[in-house]
Ligand binder design. Structure first.
Ligand SMILES: [Fe+2]
Ligand SMILES: [Fe+2]
Length: 288
């Protein structure tokens, strides 16, 4: 896939964050992290650190409520899935010669890896769709409000969230309404009643919620909630349904993180298969 000139260079922190998550924080099962991320000397490190600093400082309960009101009415634009893919694909970092994996390639590599393992078709489709919420970047949203680990707001931040120390700068951490273990929530109230930090996961969940099976919706909505699906935190907010869905979220994660293949999938060849798959589950136009 060629990167044409003139595309917005807005994906740098997003790319750096993903590489950081794959190599430093959550390396492939059985492999060790390349180094302790806090002491890791890497040019991308400062970008990632700054990213987390902003994200942890500014994702407050109030901020999330405002972003939900702004975006969840889904009145920005109507798009088909392929149009959304092409639109998202304008999000590449042309400034970095090492990063040759654009957004569409990431989606296709994820979905093709799921398909190669013989999973059900809705699971394959979820691979193709899971990051389409990143179109938020193209609406001019800052990266700290689109990507990154997600976490509940309105209650204490788990210490297992990466760069937890930056929450010290988040006003909610000093607000007695929001800084206890349960905060504004009831024990085991269910994640559907919990506000998550704002980003592409929650946004896309709302775009897709009427069309996909429940496990697919959990994969989309919570794929960046590492403190839950990797670290086992926040069970005190989960109900039995969340617990039943957690294995699906865990099943999805390796395909998202580790499915970079040397031979990039050929979009033009695969498109007829995906056109049928998309048409089976989704309407021609979706409200974003
Ligand atoms: Fe994602
Ligand atoms: Fe992804």
């Amino acid at each position: 896939m060629n990167h044409s000139a003139g595309r917005p260079r807005t994906a740098d922190a997003a790319e750096a964050w993903e590489e950081f998550v794959q190599q430093q924080v959550y390396p492939e099962p059985g492999k060790k992290a390349q180094a302790d991320y806090r002491n890791y000397d890497h040019p991308a490190r400062d970008t990632v650190r700054q990213f987390y600093q902003e994200n942890h400082r500014r994702q407050t309960y109030e901020f999330v409520v405002a972003k939900r009101a702004e975006f969840l009415p889904l009145r920005r634009r109507q798009m088909g899935v392929f149009e959304a893919c092409e639109y998202l694909n304008t999000l590449v970092d042309d400034s970095d010669p090492d990063i040759d994996l654009d957004q569409l390639q990431h989606l296709l590599q994820t979905s093709e890896a799921i398909r190669a393992d013989g999973h059900e078709d809705w699971f394959v489709l979820t691979g193709l769709l899971h990051d389409l919420g990143k179109v938020l970047c193209l609406y001019g949203e800052p990266q700290w409000a689109v990507v990154g680990d997600t976490f509940p707001v309105g209650c204490r931040h788990s210490e297992r969230i990466v760069y937890h120390e930056y929450f010290a700068d988040n006003p909610d951490a000093h607000d007695p309404r929001y800084n206890t273990k349960l905060g504004v929530y009831q024990p085991h109230c269910g994640l559907r009643n919990v506000l998550m930090s704002w980003g592409h996961d929650e946004y896309l969940y709302h775009v897709m919620k009427d069309y996909l099976p429940e496990p697919a919706l959990y994969m989309i909505r919570y794929h960046s909630f590492y403190a839950w699906h990797r670290e086992g935190e926040y069970d005190w907010l989960c109900d039995q349904h969340d617990r039943a869905m957690l294995p699906w979220v865990r099943k999805f994660n390796p395909y998202d993180l580790y499915s970079k293949c040397p031979q990039p999938p050929d979009w033009d060849r695969l498109r007829p298969y995906y056109a049928d798959l998309v048409a089976k589950y989704l309407p021609a136009q979706l409200a974003f």
